[in-house]
Design a protein around this ligand. Structure first.
Ligand code: PNS
Length: 174
């Protein structure tokens, strides 16, 4: 019998970790690894936001995520271009995972979580504190450093470092 606390398909607990991931960083990877341990299935989903001009295309971001999550059998990578709550319903998922680095993040995240709950009260957001090692890290900062050919090896997985090198070749000045 289903008591309403576990409404996911086939009783498996499905969570979605949505984001821009432009590009995925060590901070994201840390959240992916930890969230994957808590759920039967974790869907990491890239927002295809047509109003932003990302450095990496959705296809590139999905490929990078697939590469770094390839050793995590219950993690899938996908993309969406819709309201998050509608996408969640299409996946029969009820938990949104978001990482929080600081109090500054919290205000925006609280607004998003409350709005998503307003749109669909069956959807909950679970916040995971980012590993303090990565609390200063963001995709934007990584892109800024990479653009000026700084060292990002501690900030992103090697495959992302390579992809950034291809975007910002050494023989081209910013
Ligand atoms: O990595 P980001 O850019 O902080 O992720 C933001 C994201 C993708 C989670 C958010 O922008 C989102 O869910 N967009 C989908 C459209 C939507 O549902 N907007 C209303 C959320 S309150």
């Amino acid at each position: 019998m289903n008591d309403g606390t576990n409404r996911e398909a086939g009783n498996s607990r499905i969570a979605v970790y949505p984001g821009s991931f432009d590009p995925v960083t060590m901070g994201h990877l840390d959240i992916i690894r930890r969230a994957a341990k808590q759920f039967d299935r974790l869907i990491v989903s890239v927002l295809n936001n047509t109003t932003k001009s990302p450095l990496f295309s959705v296809e590139e971001r999905v490929e990078l995520l697939k590469e770094i999550a390839k050793d995590l059998p219950n993690v899938e990578v996908d993309y969406f271009r819709d309201l998050l709550v509608r996408y969640m319903r299409s996946k029969q998922a009820h938990i949104i995972i978001r990482g929080i680095r600081s109090v500054t993040d919290f205000e925006y995240e609280l607004q998003m979580a409350s709005m998503n709950r307003q749109l669909d009260e069956g959807i909950d957001t679970i916040f995971m504190m980012t590993n303090p090692k990565y609390s200063y890290l963001s995709s934007s900062i990584v892109k800024e450093i990479a653009k000026f050919h700084g060292n990002v090896s501690d900030l992103v997985p090697p495959v992302v470092e390579e992809a950034l090198r291809r975007k910002y070749p050494l023989d081209r000045q910013p």
